[in-house]
Design a protein around this ligand. Sequence first.
Ligand code: SF4
Length: 299
Amino acid sequence: MRLRTTKSNNEAYGLLPVEDFVGLLTHRLRLRVSYTRLSVYEDCPKKYHFTYILSDREPPSEAMLLGSAVHSALETWMAEQGEDEDELLDIFSAAVARYRTEGEISGEEEETARHMLLDYYSQVDMPRERETVIAVEQPFSIIIGGLEVIGFIDRLNLSTVGEGSDSCTVLNIIDYKSGRSSITQAKAKTNRQLAIYTLAAREMYPGMNHYSSHFVYPRLNKTISYTFSTEELNNHIREIKKIGKDIRADNSFRPKGSPMQCAYCGHVRKCGYGKIQAKKWIGILRKRGTEIPEHLAFL
Ligand code: SF4
């Protein structure tokens, strides 16, 4: 007997509703990922499905809005060949005003971002000795195992180390992190974002002697730097290909969030599994005597 693929049959067998397959097919045919998309899929395939296949984006957080305002300001300032820091800060204030229409950005966070921008400006304006800024806000699109990987690199600096025939060129790949915590030096070699940026920089700017990647944390006054070996990059390429293959083959996008993850996921209201996990998180908070966040009051 042939099973008719109706919506109810599909749901009963844990598959996506029939109509969602059209969106899924289109998504697979032009699969394009970024570091964030790969991480979202690994954390929870259902969240990936909500966000990137149904295009049902979570409301942006304050950190996301501020990050977008910073990137937008830098992009405009560079495109308009802005002259000084005052101009950069004016453009930033206008960008913050625009993004405030999408959600809350506190004065305190705006002030922190202004300091970060000034730090950025001082480094763009006064590159380290023998170091030249060759690109800022550099978009990239590279193919890894038939998978298009896209993203932006905040800044690329070229430096020359040594003298005369002993000198060598180093491309410094720099990403600014606005968060309050950093990765550890020991974790740098397994960091997929740093690896993707290095792969992109090698493709866009071939022929350098070294490619060194850096996460710069202005809030913490700290930089984590790493130079990947070819073998380490190949390991990352294998992992990226595997996740791409898993996304292409996935028909069900099963939920797998943890209690805390689900409690803070923007899709929790429409995710049965997520609600159960978020209730567990509420139980954990109650045991700890911690206040329950307002956004979970619906549970
Ligand atoms: S609520 Fe939890 S299970 Fe549901 S999509 Fe979000 S992270 Fe995944």
